[in-house]
Design a protein around this ligand. Structure first.
Ligand code: ADP
Length: 397
């Protein structure tokens, strides 16, 4: 029973159903037939109907004839290969065999001759078989995918070019960082020697030496960060995990950073639990996390401000908090400060020495340890808090 009969038997007069093209074109077709005829005639996919027994074309829609540049009459009675499709005999028998056995088959053909694409058209064809009365037919939907395939090919080419450029950039960064590191090391060594040669009667060289020392410290910090993103970016950061007691690591790191920032007179408080806090971690990387967070607290907190570092347990996690009373972070920046090369507006005022790399490295290291890090702040001027959460070591935690 077709749709129109159903509608009629439901007591819904077809004409009362806002008749579509049926009355307009004045044919005697019923609504569903008209609908499918319009689909066939106006579709922007080519449609070809084949006699399944002979393989001859028995119908083709206007879009199909337009794509291939034949008239409707020229199509009729031809085999697919005669209109430029399935020209390869082996492929042809494979496709016809599949459509007969599976009922539906999909394939693609490249560089089909077409008047629309004089330099060859790429098509995707989906065929299915069904019966029209006692006749078996095959219906082929032919979709022009030339533009899509060309866009895909161009995108793939661009992606490959970008990958090469990205690799060159990484190699350049790695090479540059190594060269810089090699250049900085002798300067740092020379400074140590100069430190032994102090002249108590003249404090000026001593002060100059401290400035150089600080700046060399900044430089080596930046270079280490650069080195790391050139390798960490490629997923080559390797951890050497061991059972680590967190409290001494925290104390060591805070002391090292605060020595470098002593002239800023921050009030630094370290709060640690009375009993050991064990984590499975790479101690060098963990120190790097702490040094980065505490250095940031010092960099972005005006002289005399408070910096608090706390170690705690929270369930099966160790929690590290670095809190400061500094410039704070705007709510919309709280997540993006962890993105590479991101620096907040106000940051430049207090520290010109940043590249926006440190927090990205912190996040990667923490996540490699199965942990997480979040930034919190009530906004500009309200101070910041960075909370690192790490799994406690299973055996002793
Ligand atoms: P850098 O400090 O070298 O710019 P980071 O990746 O360490 O790079 O930090 C990214 C940005 O996050 C900083 O430029 C700053 O805007 C913001 N930020 C980080 N730590 C703090 C903090 N303690 N207080 C305020 N802003 C911070």
């Amino acid at each position: 029973m077709d749709e129109s009969t159903k509608a009629g038997s439901n007591g819904t007069p077809l004409q009362g159903n806002k008749p579509r093209g049926a009355l307009r074109v004045g044919t005697h077709l019923r609504t569903p037939e008209l609908r499918y005829q319009r689909l066939f005639e106006t579709s922007h996919d080519g449609i070809i109907i084949l006699d399944a027994t002979t393989g001859c074309i028995i119908d083709a829609n206007p879009f199909m004839t337009h794509l291939l540049g034949f008239s409707h009459e020229e199509f009729l009675g031809k085999q697919l290969w005669e209109v430029g499709l399935l020209r390869d005999a082996d492929r042809r028998s494979g496709v016809l065999h599949d459509v007969a056995n599976l009922g539906v088959v999909r394939w693609e053909e490249l560089l089909v001759q077409s008047v629309v694409h004089p330099d060859g058209m790429d098509v995707e064809i989906v065929s299915n078989t069904y019966s029209e009365g006692d006749k078996h037919v095959i219906q082929c939907h032919v979709r022009d995918i030339t533009d899509r395939r060309r866009a895909d090919a161009t995108a793939a080419l661009h992606a490959a070019e970008l990958a090469v450029a990205d690799r060159h950039k990484d190699e350049f960064m790695a090479m540059l960082s190594h060269e810089l590191r090699n250049a900085i090391a002798p300067v740092a060594n020379a400074l140590v020697i100069l430190g032994h040669e102090q002249d108590a009667s003249n404090p000026l060289p001593h002060r100059a030496r401290l400035i150089i020392e600080r700046q060399v410290g900044h430089l080596s910090h930046l270079v280490e960060d650069l080195l790391q993103i050139s390798s960490a970016g490629k997923g080559t950061m390797r951890l050497k995990p061991a059972l680590i007691e967190l409290r001494p690591v925290v104390q060591r790191s805070v002391e090292a950073v605060m020595a470098a920032y002593a002239h800023h007179n921050h009030v630094v408080t370290v709060t640690i639990p009375a009993t050991p806090v064990w984590v499975e971690a790479d101690v060098i990387r963990l120190e790097q996390v702490l040094v980065n967070l505490v250095s940031n607290a010092a960099k972005y907190t005006p002289d005399g401000g408070n910096i608090t570092v706390t170690v705690d347990r929270a369930g099966d996690r160790a929690e590290l908090r670095v809190t400061d009373t500094g410039i704070g972070i705007a709510p919309e920046m709280l997540t993006s400060v962890f993105d590479l090369f991101t620096r907040a507006e106000g940051a430049r005022g207090l520290s010109r020495n940043g590249l926006g790399i440190g927090l990205n490295i912190v996040k990667r290291i923490v996540e490699l340890h199965g942990g997480s890090v979040v930034a919190k702040s009530d906004g500009p001027g309200a101070g910041s808090e960075f909370v690192v959460s790490l799994p406690l070591a299973a055996s002793v935690g």
